[in-house]
Design a protein. Structure first.
Length: 47
């Protein structure tokens, strides 16, 4: 039969880089974070 599952993700995903692979009955889905969702460092200037 068919199976369906919906999961909400806490961050934005880069949809162009999503990959799905089925190997030995195991589905592996890779969803990298989009560049805007990745943490970044901001330099703080001191006076």
């Amino acid at each position: 039969g068919s199976f369906s599952r919906l999961i909400s993700l806490p961050v934005d995903v880069d949809a162009d880089k999503v990959e799905a692979r089925l190997c030995n009955g195991v589905l592996t889905i890779t969803m990298p974070k989009s560049e805007t969702a990745k943490p970044r460092k901001i330099a703080v200037k001191t006076e």
